[in-house]
Write a protein that binds this ligand. Sequence first.
Ligand SMILES: Cc1cc2nc3c(=O)[nH]c(=O)nc-3n(C[C@H](O)[C@H](O)[C@H](O)COP(=O)(O)OP(=O)(O)OC[C@H]3O[C@@H](n4cnc5c(N)ncnc54)[C@H](O)[C@@H]3O)c2cc1C
Length: 287
Amino acid sequence: MKPCAFDYYRPQTRREAIDRLIESGDDARLVAGGQSLMAVLNMRLAQPRILIDVGAIDELRYIERRDDHLAIGAATTQAELLEYAALADELPLVARALPWVGHFQTRNRGTVCGSIAHADPSAELPLCLATLGGEVVLETRRGKSRRVAGADFFQGVLTTARRPDELITEVRFPLKREGHAYRFREVAMRHGDFAIVALAADIGESEVRLGVGGVADRPVVRTLSLDGDLDDALNHLAWSLGAQDDVHASAAYRRHLVRELGRRLILEAPTLEQQAVEESADARARR
Ligand SMILES: Cc1cc2nc3c(=O)[nH]c(=O)nc-3n(C[C@H](O)[C@H](O)[C@H](O)COP(=O)(O)OP(=O)(O)OC[C@H]3O[C@@H](n4cnc5c(N)ncnc54)[C@H](O)[C@@H]3O)c2cc1C
């Protein structure tokens, strides 16, 4: 199938994009890399009359290290983030997860913010944002912007806290914390497929923030104590996610993966030095 006819706008500034979005109301959809939206349009699950492409807005194409976070603008592609030289050092979790996002062809077009905006429950970048406690920056009428915590932004399958007149201008990932280890693991039918279960961990001295993707309707993050009964905590977490059977895996298998991969991810965490070596090897191997 082909999409319904639409008018296509390619604004050069973010102000122009937001003004067009506001004046077009419900008729408009933003498009960035088109890697998810075009499939939705081709299947006619959405039929917008106006597409506003943010891909040519140079002021939104940036990766900026700030005090405590890395800010990534809305026109930045996943491939550009993967090429960012300090990624493994500043955001080791994202460095490990990003090669799992689709294929290099899709990463060349797909944006970081587009993946966050799309909010697929199996997607790796929303999982990383929620696990690290990152933020989404949204902008609408002149001078009106707000920041929403990743944990509050994702509200269900393809559903977020974004209002229809808001553009995501950037996402902010907190930088690596000294003494913490960051691990990511995923099970999918084939590399590049969406995750059946994906796990992301920010491991501190006495507790771990463990994020789970692909099971509930959004990424779920829990803080688990490393001093308590870890198997018990993981079992509790696995049951709390409301796993469902589908064509890819049974609910029982998903719970099993949360328990088993979760334990391995946390207990087999390598030293930070080993992790850095693995990360750069991973990134090279998956390009
Ligand atoms: C073959 C294939 C395999 C894939 N595998 C994976 C995978 O394993 N893991 C994974 O996570 N993804 C996967 N994807 C999806 C891919 O990562 C997309 O790039 C991503 O989901 C959306 O990014 P995009 O820039 O292409 O957004 P688009 O498709 O352009 O937009 C997606 C949604 O976000 C909205 N949007 C985009 N930018 C903004 C913005 N700045 N502000 C507000 N709303 C915005 C759009 O309106 C739309 O609703 C795959 C895609 C393909 C085609």
